[in-house]
Design a protein around this ligand. Structure first.
Ligand code: COA
Length: 144
């Protein structure tokens, strides 16, 4: 599949919602759209779409963090999705590699993300594009 990867523009927010809803098979909450808008406005954000002809088929939102978790510069994948109709055709890889290039240009050498431990599919995808276990573990506490 021939896709072009480029910076998202504001008119494409609706496409991002459409793709996310197709992935989740339910409506997205207004909060989610607000998160996307916030993500796009971050000065160190990397916000990309994959376009086939005139159709948006995937999105990638990430950012460069400075000093987070004791790391000098690090790249983080925040939200990433491909239209389910177009899975398995290299769109996710094309988006990820375009983002890797941007991260490298921003002086980042390591990229992080978090995946549910029981999401075998997603882990397989990330492993295919070069990810492995990081030297962090995620912790959580529930606040009453
Ligand atoms: C994960 C996701 C982005 C992959 O996109 P995609 O366009 O289908 O991936 P690609 O076609 O580029 O696949 C790249 C490689 O990963 C492998 N891969 C992709 N999806 C896979 C899956 N579900 N199970 C196993 N391997 C998978 C492909 O086989 C391919 O390997 P190959 O090069 O050896 O053939 C897409 O499935 C998706 O949007 N999932 C739901 C949203 C999500 O969970 N996002 C991540 C949260 S941040």
């Amino acid at each position: 599949m021939e896709v072009k990867i480029r910076q998202i523009n504001d008119q494409e927010l609706g496409d991002v919602v459409r793709i996310q809803e197709a992935i989740m098979q339910r409506r997205v909450a207004p909060d989610w759209l607000n998160l996307v808008k916030m993500q796009i406005s971050k000065p160190d954000g990397i916000s990309l779409v994959a376009v086939e002809e005139d159709r948006v088929v995937g999105f990638f939102f990430g950012e460069v963090k400075h000093g987070a978790f004791g790391l000098e510069h690090s790249g983080w994948i925040e939200m990433f999705g491909v239209d389910p109709k177009d899975w398995g055709q290299g769109v996710g890889r094309a988006l990820a590699f375009a983002a890797f290039k941007r991260f490298l240009e921003a002086g980042v050498e390591e990229i992080y993300t978090a995946v549910r431990w029981d999401s075998g599919d997603l882990l397989a995808f990330f492993k295919k594009i070069g990810f492995n276990l990081s030297n962090f573990i995620n912790l959580k506490a529930r606040l009453e």
